[in-house]
Design a protein around this ligand. Structure first.
Ligand SMILES: [Zn+2]
Length: 272
């Protein structure tokens, strides 16, 4: 009975790590097998408690830094920048640590072009990239995103002003990169108001702790417009109240619907 309980727990840990990071479950499974009961028979119990997590974390770190990037590139996925570049920056390091920032080569080229044009048009500004997809396997879902499963979807951070109204070069008001929203006003279009929307989270508790950075409409509108004009972009998702505020409603810029995450904390880009 106790053994069955252990196996169920291990299965849950494997599933959660795989859903979060794709390769984390493999690291955990290898570590568990490496320190299976027979092998750790002669090791003090207090030590064995730490061996599996320590081995799994070490293995995961090595795979994330040195194995996944070249292997993914071999199969056509490129890792988004994990360090502060001159034109592109990760909006949060979590994307890299969790292996959630891989895109197709064509999508990375598009973002690099956007970053270069952005820095020319707005010197000092850098494009903040969020989640793309996992490094391996087309069709592997990037929970909770509904469509990020082929390297051709990527989320971008908006641009923001600081408390004094000056443009911030980059950065997100959320340490997670998501879920701190540019709220609609009472008169804005809100198609999901008063509807049952279980996949549309408001995270009211998260909003109060975040810094009060207004969205920079000028640079964000410029980014949306630039992307709409690129032939390799097929679809952009943004909340209707922001699309209207930026004057970019229609065409490739659409509303994702009420049964999906909110898009007034980031811009969703889909390429062909
Ligand atoms: Zn997205």
């Amino acid at each position: 009975m106790q053994r069955a309980g252990h196996l169920i727990l291990k299965g849950i840990i494997f599933t959660v790590l795989t859903a979060l990071t794709q390769i984390g479950g493999i690291a955990y499974a290898v570590a568990s097998l490496a320190w299976s009961a027979q092998r750790r028979r002669h090791i003090p119990t207090a030590l064995t408690r730490f061996l599996v997590p320590a081995t799994a974390i070490t293995l995961y770190a090595v795979m994330t830094a040195f194995v996944a990037p070249p292997l993914a590139a071999h199969w056509g996925r490129q890792r988004l920048p994990c360090t502060q570049g001159e034109t592109l920056v990760p909006a949060t390091r979590l994307t890299c640590w969790l292996n959630r920032g891989y895109v197709s080569s064509e999508t990375l080229t598009l973002l690099s072009d956007l970053g270069h044009d952005l820095s020319r048009r707005f010197p000092g500004s850098r494009l903040g990239v969020l989640e793309g997809g996992f490094p391996f396997i087309d069709g592997f879902p990037l929970v909770p995103h509904l469509s990020h499963r082929d390297g051709r979807k990527v989320d971008l951070s908006f641009f923001y002003l600081d408390e004094n109204g000056n443009p911030r070069p980059d950065g997100s008001p959320s340490t997670l990169g998501y879920f701190v929203y540019v709220q609609p006003t009472a008169t804005d279009t809100q198609p999901c108001r008063n509807r049952f929307t279980p996949l549309r989270w408001d995270f009211a508790w998260l909003q109060t702790d975040a810094p009060n950075w207004p969205m920079d409409a000028q640079r964000t509108q410029w980014m949306v417009h630039w992307l709409k004009n690129r032939p390799e972009v097929v679809r952009l998702f943004l909340e209707p109240h922001l699309a209207e505020r930026l004057g970019e409603n229609g065409g490739k810029l659409r509303f994702q619907g009420c049964q999906a995450a909110r898009h007034d904390d980031h811009l969703h880009v889909q390429t062909r």
